[in-house]
Design a protein around this ligand. Structure first.
Ligand code: SF4
Ligand code: SF4
Length: 450
């Protein structure tokens, strides 16, 4: 059998549940612990649950092969104890195959599926600041990624994606679509209940908001796991649209230094040096600091922010946005060429255990309770006439295009080849047809009449 890393690389597999880290790089290591992340971190998303119910044997088979490749002694699937159907499906598959994977159940809290939170929960070890799970002997991978590994072992590259469409739709649904399908087609399939709406691609906490005409032109990528359809001007949309100058002005005038943002911060709780309240406090003099080392002392904590949104969407009683201020400050640190030192051996705080945010309370705070108990059971396949495929759907650099306009392609043909020696990933044709456009960002394939 072909080397596993080569197989995964050839198939163009990137993390299906997050930012799209190329999987062949992630598994090019030895690890003591292999964790399958099945926590479905953000509220309302249905995709991983559907995959666990529908493909438990396939996920487990691929996970076993990857675990052996990593040399992992401990093999874990971590999921929420409320996922009863998924637990039954996985446990049945484990029993039938005498697998050495163990299920680790956890309460429903946010951000349970954050890689570093998950590693701390499973191993008791905190990942170093700005480090990787591998720094403490762990590799974490998502259930969707394992399904892609299973397909790759059968000779099938990543050409399709499972995703849920939830929120203001007739019924939340699962979709199975070729990469490059427009999000509008996905939304139409779910039947939006409002004539006008905005959407979040991803989850309500870390997903990206799109409005009106900006929805046109968006297409499904290897990391698109969910579309949340919202009424126009929903609270989450308004939060996302507040301009930075207003955010900074509010910070200077309204932060009462209650420290709730720090006390609830998941990174602070696993022992990282991050105190968003201090960043907020120092904003009043941010423009006055000329000396770089002084700037680093005042604002260096922001470098450890993971963008989870707990501070602004849950913790702050004043409705302020430490996350966005951190994001701004990170840009300033980079602009000044400052790289704050990283604590390589953080130790989690005892308070961690009782400062986890129950998912239901978070959903209520986000004004999403209308959608909380609606689940997607059925999966529908879409077969679009045309797909528009992004050349880069992962963290790292784009590969080299190896097709041109007019080429005929079969589903699964290589179109973009990963750059050697770089963090890069292959991209394949997701439908059979003719290439009608290659513009430096996207490749368009049109189906041809037989
Ligand atoms: S977004 Fe806020 S809560 Fe999350 S890591 Fe950053 S500072 Fe902490
Ligand atoms: S929670 Fe809000 S008000 Fe309190 S310290 Fe943080 S930013 Fe300031």
């Amino acid at each position: 059998m072909m080397n596993l890393i080569e197989t995964v690389k050839d198939a163009g597999i990137v993390g299906a549940g997050g930012a799209g880290f190329p999987t062949h790089v992630k598994i090019s290591a030895k690890a003591q612990v292999f964790i399958i992340n099945a926590a479905e971190c953000e509220p309302l998303i249905e995709t991983d649950k559907y995959l666990m119910r529908t493909f438990p044997n396939e996920i487990l088979e691929a996970a076993q092969i990857v675990a052996e490749h990593l040399g992992a002694e401990h093999k874990v699937i971590a999921l929420k104890s409320k996922y009863q159907k998924e637990i039954q499906a996985l446990q049945k598959a484990i029993n039938e195959t005498s697998s050495s994977f163990k299920l680790v159940m956890m309460n429903s809290f946010y951000p349970a599926g954050d890689e570093q939170t998950l590693v701390q929960l499973v191993t008791g070890r905190s990942v170093p600041e700005r480090g990787l799970p591998l720094d403490v002997g762990a590799v974490v991978s998502n259930v969707g990624t394992m399904l892609n590994v299973y397909q790759a072992l059968k000779g099938n590259p990543v050409t399709d994606k499972y995703l849920s469409v939830v929120g203001e739709v007739a019924q939340p649904i699962m979709l199975h679509v070729p990469l490059g399908t427009t999000l509008q087609e996905c939304i139409n399939q779910a039947g939006p209940t409002l004539a006008e709406y905005d959407i979040i691609v991803g989850g309500p906490m870390m997903g990206k908001v799109y409005r009106g005409n900006n929805i046109q032109g968006l297409t499904v990528t290897k990391t698109t796991g969910n579309i949340l359809v919202l009424p126009k001007n929903h609270y989450l949309v308004k939060c996302a649209e507040l301009p930075l100058p207003s955010i900074i002005a509010q910070t200077k005038s309204a932060c009462v230094q209650c420290k709730m943002c720090t006390d609830m911060c998941p990174r602070y709780l696993i022992g990282h040096k991050i105190r968003p309240n201090m960043v907020m406090r120092n904003m009043y003099r941010e423009k006055l600091i000329v000396d770089d080392s002084e700037y680093e002392v005042a604002f260096g904590d922001a470098a450890n922010c993971c963008d989870c949104g707990v501070c602004e969407m849950f913790a702050c009683p004043m409705g302020l946005s430490p996350r966005k201020v951190n994001s701004y400050v990170k840009g300033q640190l980079a602009g000044r060429g400052l790289k704050p030192a990283s604590n390589k051996a953080p130790v989690a705080l005892e308070e961690l255990l009782y400062r986890r945010i129950p998912t239901e309370r978070l959903v209520a705070r986000l004004d999403l309770m209308n959608y909380f108990n609606a689940h997607a059971d059925d999966c529908v396949s879409i077969e679009p006439e045309c797909v528009s495929i992004l050349m880069k759907q992962h963290i790292g650099v784009s590969g080299d295009v190896c097709v041109t306009v007019g080429d005929k392609v079969q589903k699964g043909d290589l179109m973009v080849k990963a750059k050697e020696g770089a963090l890069s990933a292959n991209v394949h044709a997701s439908i059979k047809g003719r290439i009608t456009s290659v513009d430096g960002e996207r490749i368009v394939i049109n189906k041809e009449k037989e």
